[in-house]
Design a protein around this ligand. Sequence first.
Ligand code: PLP
Length: 376
Amino acid sequence: MKKKYMFTPGPTMIPSEVLLAEAAPMIHHRTPQFAHIMGEVVDGLKKLFGTKEDVYLIMGTGTAAMEAAVANICSPGDKAVCAAGGKFGERWAELAEVYGCNAVQIEVEWGNSLTVGQAEAALKDHPDARALYITHSETSTGALTDVEAIAQLTRQSRTLLVVDAITGIGIHPFKMDDWGVDVVVSGSQKGCMVPPGLAFIAVSARAWEIVEACTSARYYLDLRALRKSWENKTTPFTTAVSLTRALHKSLQMIFEEGLDQVHARHARLAGAARAAVRAMGLELLPRNPANGLTAAYGPQGMDTGDLIELMRDKYGVTMAGGQGGLKGKIFRIGHMGHLSEEDLLVGIETLEKALKDLGYDFPLGAGLRAAREALA
Ligand SMILES: *Cc1c(COP(=O)(O)O)cnc(C)c1O
């Protein structure tokens, strides 16, 4: 028997309670019974986002909410300043271009995080920008951005702040209202412990004014339609009933553990993973690492694609490799969502075995020891 583990930065492992909730017989989405579930889901998401605004469900993966955050905010010709720094940061600029916007990229080296200074300079150079698009936790590099500090700049300007918090929400504390963030997007398959297929979006009062005036073409992703339907506690199109019930269950589990405790657990797991990687003599990629995943360079001369394949096929443990220019160079240990300290040790142990199998010379057990010490 080979027990399978996922240490991937999305999709992530799903608790069996959530899988069972998803497997329940179908109910119709336009019933009081389902509206009650939706109401509780929206209330739960509001706590995760740190907002009094409603959080809307979009039936699609995280990118659908990203697209909604462009299609409803930027009109053709509008200037959208996008912080690069990874595959997902670059996606903001790609989307803005598709919608006929003037996408201006802030160059951020992969592994670095957008700095307050860079954001300040961009806002000064582009006072006419409709929005600044940033990534809370850049999953392709494991780098974390200080959203609160950047929001302090945008809230004093006419430029909206739009944040991809897809691997931030449920992992790091997020305070949309207190920080003054205008649009926040997230998705189901990362910290929320639900299969892929749901995306979430919340919009500030001042951003709603822009949404209303926006001239970009949109139909399925029209936030005005979502808002109008939600007045009747429903969605404009068929709701993904089973996924929503899965999310209902996972939110219950998050609040049973306590949101602060969930954040603290992720911080502990991240601390242990970083300590383990360093103790194996390997180098972390991000300077300011996020708590949902640990991205590190493989040993000199090793294709990390081989490492990932070996872990998966020989040991049943799935981690992620690098994307774009980092393909073959880095590996990424996802430790977000339904993951205990004991689970993480399984991942570290497997990583050590696979590194040894591939001929990397290091003191076997060093990573495991460092992780245990960090957790103690
Ligand atoms: C997973 C992820 C996305 C969304 O990707 P989908 O494949 O559409 O779910 C976007 N941004 C970040 C930072 C992510 O981690």
